[in-house]
Design a binder for this molecule. Structure first.
Ligand code: PGA
Length: 268
């Protein structure tokens, strides 16, 4: 991405995005997670990982400071979990793109299924948020995914992708990181089960074809998988060439489990 002067070691490394959601409840606990990650990074012989941390908004500034220290410095970036559609309007409770940028956020998650389905965020709102991220020169992590894997899931996904990316150029789509996150696989969904790389790649193909047809060109965004990633299944996704990384929710706030995933990623 033009202007991405990040501390990321290389774009080829698999990206591991931590979406902390509304956890942990205290900054002290957040620091404990990052301390353990930093200690693990310090045990590696090279800069091997490419991490993004998306903390709850109230911890953004402090987490951003920690990510600029020690072993985290060259292997991690700061992300936000949400953004306002507008940069300047009077909008109670919202946090704008310029504010996030100023706090040092380089990534912003938009379209997460919890915001779409639990908070009623429409495709149109997600599209505006996506444009706000791009306008403020941060990197969007755009979550898409069907609610149920039924006979209509491809049509559902196509429509969601078309609406979510409406009005974007191929160059703008190429700046996105697209996270395929089927709602039925998110750990907090009742009866959740992780997808398999094979079936998730079928969905990624649907997304790619939909975008290629709409844009009349092949944009090359990065693709992540998210949904019940743990140390049990991280390897199969991270070692699959079809994915550029993973988006991890629940397991990213369990520090021991998260470090196990990092150990898997660093040995690939
Ligand atoms: P999970 O969450 O890893 O807990 O399933 C993923 C996400 O919601 O982004």
């Amino acid at each position: 991405m033009a202007g991405d002067k990040s501390g990321e070691n290389t774009m080829k490394k698999k990206l591991i995005v931590s979406n902390w959601k509304m956890q942990p409840t205290t900054l002290a606990e957040a620091e404990q997670i990052l301390d353990l990650v930093d200690e693990y990074l310090g045990s590696l012989s090279e800069r091997e990982l490419n991490l993004v941390f998306c903390p709850p908004f109230v911890f953004t500034e402090e987490v951003g400071k920690i990510l600029k220290t020690s072993h985290l410095l060259h292997q991690s970036g700061l992300g936000a979990q949400d953004i306002s559609t507008d940069d300047r309007m009077a909008l109670t409770g919202e946090v704008s793109g310029p504010m996030l940028k100023k706090l040092g956020a380089r990534y912003v998650i938009v379209g997460h299924s919890e915001r779409r389905w639990k908070l009623g965020e429409s495709d149109e709102v997600v599209n505006k948020k996506l444009k706000a991220v791009l306008r403020n020169e941060m990197m969007p992590i755009v979550a898409v995914g069907e609610k149920t894997r039924d006979d209509n899931f491809e049509d559902f996904l196509k429509e969601q992708v078309l609406n979510t990316f409406a009005g974007l150029s191929a160059e703008e789509v190429a700046r996105c990181i697209i996270a395929y996150e089927p709602v039925w696989a998110i750990s907090t969904t009742p009866g959740a089960r992780p997808d398999t790389p094979e079936s998730a790649l079928e969905s990624v193909e649907v997304i790619k074809e939909t975008l290629a047809t709409a844009l009349q060109s092949t944009a090359l965004p990065r693709y992540l998988y998210g949904g019940s990633i743990t140390s049990v299944n991280a390897r199969e996704f991270l070692s699959n060439d079809g994915f550029d990384g993973v988006l991890i929710g629940g397991a990213s706030t369990n520090k021991e489990e998260f470090v196990k995933i990092l150990a898997i990623a660093s040995k690939l």
